[in-house]
Design a protein around this ligand. Structure first.
Ligand code: C5P
Length: 216
């Protein structure tokens, strides 16, 4: 079977992984999935139903019923509350299991795909020929997210944003189910001192090296 160009992009919140992943998808003409949106939609779904984020069974029910119609409200889904809710329910094995097949099928499309998240290179597509782990310091990530959220009217102090980011890192990296971790064969891309343009150039070079290595 010929290998397809699956590009797995993992990393912590506001590392620039989403921007890099969507630009790679455009450059290579591949379909793109932001898997964080799935977890965000589950978190928001639990809250909208009046449920508790501590209720694993309720979160699993929402995850099993998830479809494309729940992913449209990107302003709501990318809010601070949705990110917090997502990371709370993302530790539940039943939620992760409910979202697994869809993500695996997305990655397995003929020709390839680009996915970003926390466990793409380790769980969803361990066979991906190109893997990036995108990171940046917590301060720089908090500053990026703060600018994005305040720019569209959310009221939040920078210190609270930084505390959010650090807490989310600890929760995502410390959970038992598919923790955020750099895959052994992923290339680290630290975007702390990079612009969007230089980060994309570096990402493209990583993918080109992977293509050459795998004859893709
Ligand atoms: O990437 P984003 O910040 O949108 O992800 C929101 C939350 O969803 C993360 O903090 C993480 O808890 C969870 N997530 C995950 N696995 C993924 C993508 C996101 O656990 N593949």
């Amino acid at each position: 079977m010929t290998k397809s160009l699956i590009i797995a992009v993992d990393g912590p919140a506001a590392s620039g992984k989403g921007t890099v992943a969507s630009q790679l998808a455009e450059a290579y003409g591949l379909p793109y999935l932001d898997t964080g949106l799935l977890y965000r939609a589950v978190g928001v779904g639990v809250l909208d139903a009046g449920g508790s984020l501590d209720d694993e069974a309720a979160a699993e029910v929402v995850a099993r019923a998830l479809d494309a119609s729940h992913l449209h409200d990107t302003v709501r889904l990318t809010s601070r509350d949705a990110g917090e809710a997502a990371s709370r329910i993302a530790g539940y094995p039943g939620v992760r299991a409910a979202l697994l097949d869809f993500q695996k099928a997305f990655a397995a499309q003929p020709g390839g795909a680009v996915l970003d998240g926390r466990d793409i290179g380790t769980v969803i597509a361990p066979e991906a020929p190109a893997k990036l782990f995108v990171t940046a310091t917590a301060e720089v990530r908090a500053a990026r997210r703060w600018k994005q959220l305040t720019g569209r009217g959310e009221v939040i102090a920078f210190e609270d944003m930084l505390a959010d980011i650090i807490k989310r890192d600890e929760r995502d990296a410390g959970r038992g189910a598919a923790p955020m971790v750099q895959a052994d064969d992923a290339v680290l891309l630290d975007t702390t001192d990079m612009t969007i343009e230089t980060a994309f150039d570096a990402a493209r070079r990583i993918v080109e090296a992977a293509r050459a290595r795998h004859g893709l």
